[in-house]
Design a protein around this ligand. Structure first.
Ligand SMILES: [Zn+2]
Length: 428
C-alpha cells in the first residue's frame, strides 16, 4: 500500500513538472490529447487496415474518405484532386480552414504506402508497446499525429480564425508522372503559406529535418569500335566501350567525392549487343571474350544538398565523359528528380520554435538531422517557396519493409508536442 502511494505521488509530480513551462491554454490542449489518446490509436489501426498501395487508387480513395470526414468534422472544407486516369494514382486530399491569425500553415502527409495489394504485409498487429502494420510509421502514423493535433486544438477552441491547409498525397511513395501535374497543387499551396510541416516518420524526439538532399538520375551511353580482341589498345582499334565506361566511372569515383554529394552507378551493361529495356532497370547483353565491346550503358543516381552542388557535379561529369579514349565516344544525360533542399534560415527558425516547445515540455533539445541520412520527400518540391520542417511523424522503424512498426509509447507525447507547435505558430 505504501509503495503504491509513493508511486502515485511520483506520477503526479512528473506530470506537474511536465507541464510547468506551458501556458494555461497549452495545458488545456495537453489534457485534450490525453483524453483522445485511445481513440487516436484506434483511428490509426483503422487506416492501417485499409490497403492503400501507391498503385491501388481505390484503396487510397477509401482511406482518403476517412481523413476527409475527420477534417470536415473539425470545420475544414475538403476537396479531392483526381489525377489523370493514365497516371494510375488515387489523387490527393486537400482540406482548408480559413482565418487571419498567426502563420499560414501547410500540413503535409501521404495516404499511400509501399505495400501493394499483393504484399503479404497487410494488417495491424499490436504487440505490447509497438504495433506492426503497413504504413504504421510511414506514414499513416504521421497523418494521425497531424489530424489529432488539429482535433485537440478544435476541442480547446484554438482553431478559430486560423489559416491551415492540409494536403495528403496519394502517391508519395511513387509520385505520378509528370511531376508538374502530380505536385502542382502542393506548389500552389506552398506559395500562399508561411510554414510547411511534414509528418514523415520521425528520427527520434531529438531530431527534425531542415535540409535534405535532392535526388536525380543520369544515363551514360558509350560507343566504340568493334574489332578482334587481339588488337585491343592498338592505334586502329582503341580500347573499346567497356574500358571507356570504366575510365569514366573510375574518374567519377576519384574526382567527384565531396561532402553531401553521392553518385551511384546502379546498373551497367556492356558488350557487342546491348538492349536496354524501356523501364531503364533491365538490360539484355551479349559479347565475346575475343571481341572488343562496342557498346556500354550505365544508369546511376546523383544526390546533392544544393542546386549549385548538383550543377557543379554535372559539369565535372560531362568534362570527364568528354575526355574520350581513342575510337570511343560517350555521352551522359541527366534527368531531374527531387530538388535539393538546403538548410535555410527560415527552416532553422521553425526548428527553433519546435525546440522551444520540446524544452518547455521537458522532452529535450531538438536538433537538425544530418541531411546525408534523410531520403527525398515531398517537401523538396516546395522548399524554395516556403519555410519547411519534416520528420515530425511518429517514432517507429522498419519503414518500407514487412515488419514496419510504430512505437505506441511515443505517440501521446508527439501529438502533444505537435499540437503545442501548431498553437504557437498560429497564435500571434
Ligand atoms: Zn513516407
Amino acid at each position: 500500500m505504501i509503495k503504491k502511494y509513493t508511486l502515485i505521488l511520483l506520477v503526479s509530480a512528473c506530470s506537474y513538472s511536465f507541464a510547468q513551462d506551458l501556458s494555461v491554454s497549452e495545458k488545456k490542449i495537453i489534457r485534450r490529447v490525453e483524453a483522445n489518446h485511445e481513440a487516436s490509436i484506434r483511428f490509426l489501426e483503422e487506416t492501417v487496415n485499409i490497403n492503400s498501395g501507391s498503385q491501388n487508387p481505390e484503396g487510397v480513395r477509401r482511406v482518403g474518405q476517412l481523413y476527409s470526414k475527420f477534417l470536415e468534422d473539425l470545420g475544414f472544407a475538403t476537396s479531392w484532386i483526381d489525377m489523370p486516369t493514365e497516371m494510375n494514382r488515387g489523387g490527393h486530399l486537400i482540406a482548408e480552414l480559413k482565418g487571419n491569425k498567426g502563420k499560414r500553415l501547410l500540413l503535409i502527409g501521404h495516404m499511400d504506402t509501399v505495400f501493394e495489394e499483393d504484399s503479404p504485409f497487410q494488417k495491424w498487429e499490436r504487440k505490447d508497446s509497438i504495433a506492426i502494420g503497413p504504413g504504421t510509421s510511414d506514414m499513416k502514423g504521421g497523418n494521425m499525429v497531424l489530424l489529432y493535433a488539429l482535433k485537440v486544438l478544435h476541442e480547446a477552441g484554438e482553431l478559430k480564425d486560423r489559416q491551415i491547409v492540409v494536403i495528403l498525397h496519394g502517391d508519395e511513395e511513387s509520385p505520378g508522372r509528370p511531376i508538374a501535374i502530380s505536385r502542382k497543387d502542393i506548389v500552389a499551396l506552398a506559395k500562399r503559406s508561411d510554414a510547411a510541416l511534414a509528418f514523415e516518420n520521425g528520427t527520434g524526439f531529438e531530431y527534425a529535418t531542415v535540409a535534405r538532399r535532392g535526388s536525380s538520375s543520369w544515363t551514360l551511353e558509350v560507343q566504340a569500335k568493334q574489332a578482334h580482341s587481339s588488337g585491343i589498345f592498338s592505334e586502329n582499334s582503341g580500347a573499346g566501350a567497356i574500358y571507356e565506361a570504366s575510365r569514366i566511372l573510375n574518374r567519377f569515383y576519384e574526382e567527384l567525392q565531396e561532402e553531401n554529394l553521392t553518385f551511384n552507378p546502379g546498373l551497367i551493361a556492356g558488350g557487342t549487343q546491348v538492349l536496354m529495356d524501356s523501364s531503364g532497370i533491365k538490360a539484355e547483353v551479349s559479347g565475346k571474350t575475343n571481341l572488343i565491346a562496342n557498346r556500354a550503358v550505365v544508369q546511376g543516381d546523383l544526390r546533392s544538398l544544393t542546386t549549385a552542388q548538383l550543377e557543379r557535379a554535372r559539369t565535372k561529369m560531362k568534362a570527364i565523359v568528354a575526355d574520350h579514349l581513342p575510337h570511343a565516344h560517350a555521352e551522359i544525360s541527366f534527368r531531374d528528380g527531387y530538388a535539393p533542399m538546403p538548410p535555410t534560415e527560415g527552416n532553422l527558425a521553425l526548428l527553433a520554435v519546435l525546440n522551444k516547445v520540446s524544452l518547455d515540455m521537458k522532452l529535450g533539445e531538438v536538433k537538425a538531422f544530418d541531411p546525408g541520412k534523410r531520403g527525398a520527400g515531398d517537401v523538396s518540391f516546395i522548399a524554395t517557396y516556403v519555410d519547411v520542417l519534416d520528420g515530425l511523424g511518429v517514432q517507429g522503424g522498419g519503414a518500407h519493409a514487412p515488419g514496419e512498426f510504430v512505437d505506441l509509447h511515443s505517440v501521446e507525447a508527439i501529438v502533444k508536442r505537435t499540437a503545442i507547435l501548431f498553437h504557437r505558430l498560429t497564435n500571434n
